[in-house]
Design a protein around this ligand. Structure first.
Ligand code: C5P
Length: 319
């Protein structure tokens, strides 16, 4: 690995796009020896994104500012953790950065907003500090930071196994697919709480052997996620956490019912540990028509809503 420290222009601003993800499939297989759950998932990047603006500084500090007062700028923020991790791994002294986060992805929503910000930090600082870490090395740093962060780096449509960090790429599911996404702004779900409830309710039925895990992984690989899905042949959306979160959070149950009443969708599901939910459409134009016709209904139900196309990649530089 190169540790060369190239001369830099402190005025240069990098703008990194950090997209949200949804889960087309989230299957909880069992509990691992490290306390995490063994998962089999299909994750998909969507065009709802945070933006990070990063400049170098000479004082060797990592400074974070955010445009959302609900968000911590302290040591618990994944941006700070990611910046320290990549700096420590570089072995280079005196690296500093000023990072500004423009927050658009709702917090605690099951959309991996925080994880995508962490991925964008690794990606951006690797470039800004001229560290030349390989993609493989960035992914291994990402996996140290959090289970969803490798996916957020790579993005597109991926099978995700292990804790979620083991990726098997599928080509873009369909670049034209889209979702109507909703979230109750007054509710956020803690991911550890959702997995804890899952363990309480389903733990006695968890699979235990690696051969059972592998059988489930193979079943997911054998589904043709790249098919041209239609209403008569909808994709097998699944979220095991939905079964434990929806009964406890009424806005998830109500949101799923409301989405099910919208015409023309290929299915509805909760994303990640919730509470955001989506209705899937075969094209952006179809989703946008339904969205425009139902915008008022969604907002009078007290829900934030978005219409988002699928994205073929994870974090990208816009500079
Ligand atoms: O890896 P990450 O920090 O995103 O995980 C947050 C929490 O979610 C973990 O501390 C754990 O409680 C739960 N989790 C889990 N199994 C996974 C991923 C997350 O139990 N595969």
């Amino acid at each position: 690995m190169s540790t060369s420290y190239r001369p830099f222009d402190t005025g240069h601003l990098l703008r990194i796009k950090a997209p949200a993800k949804i889960n087309l499939h989230l299957e909880v297989l069992g509990l691992r020896a490290d306390g995490f759950h063994e998962l089999a998932m299909v994750m998909q990047s969507i065009d709802l994104a945070d933006y990070l603006e990063i400049t170098r500084n000479e004082d060797g500090e990592i400074n974070l500012s955010v445009d959302d007062p609900n968000l911590s700028t302290g040591d618990d923020n994944l941006i700070i953790k990611a910046a320290r991790l990549i700096r420590d791994n570089s072995g280079v002294k005196g690296l500093g950065a000023n990072i500004h986060l423009c927050k658009k992805i709702p917090i605690g929503a099951g959309l991996a907003g925080g994880s995508s910000d962490g991925a964008a930090t690794l990606f951006g600082l690797n470039s800004l500090w001229g560290l030349a870490f390989t993609r493989k090395k960035l992914i291994s740093l990402a996996a140290e930071l959090g289970s969803d962060i490798p996916f957020c780096l790579e993005g597109g449509t991926q099978l995700c196994f292990g804790r979620g960090e083991k990726l098997e790429s599928l080509k873009a599911c369909s670049p034209f697919m889209a979702v109507i996404l909703i979230k109750d702004p007054s509710v956020s779900v803690s991911t550890p709480w959702a997995y804890g409830r899952c363990r309480e309710i389903r733990g006695a039925h968890y699979l235990e052997s690696e051969s059972d895990f592998e059988r489930c992984r193979q079943q997911l690989r054998d589904e043709n996620w790249l098919k041209n899905w239609s209403i008569s042949e909808p994709p097998p959306l699944k979220n095991d956490l939905q079964k434990v979160v929806a009964p406890e959070i009424s806005s998830v149950q109500n949101g799923l019912e409301l989405l099910s009443e919208l015409p023309g969708s290929l299915g509805v599901a909760m994303s990640g540990s919730g509470p955001s939910c989506f209705a899937l459409y075969s094209s952006y134009n179809k989703a946008k028509d339904v969205f425009d016709q139902n915008r008022e209904r969604l907002s009078t139900s007290g829900l934030e809503s978005w219409c988002c196309s699928f994205q073929p990649q994870g974090v990208t530089s816009e500079s």
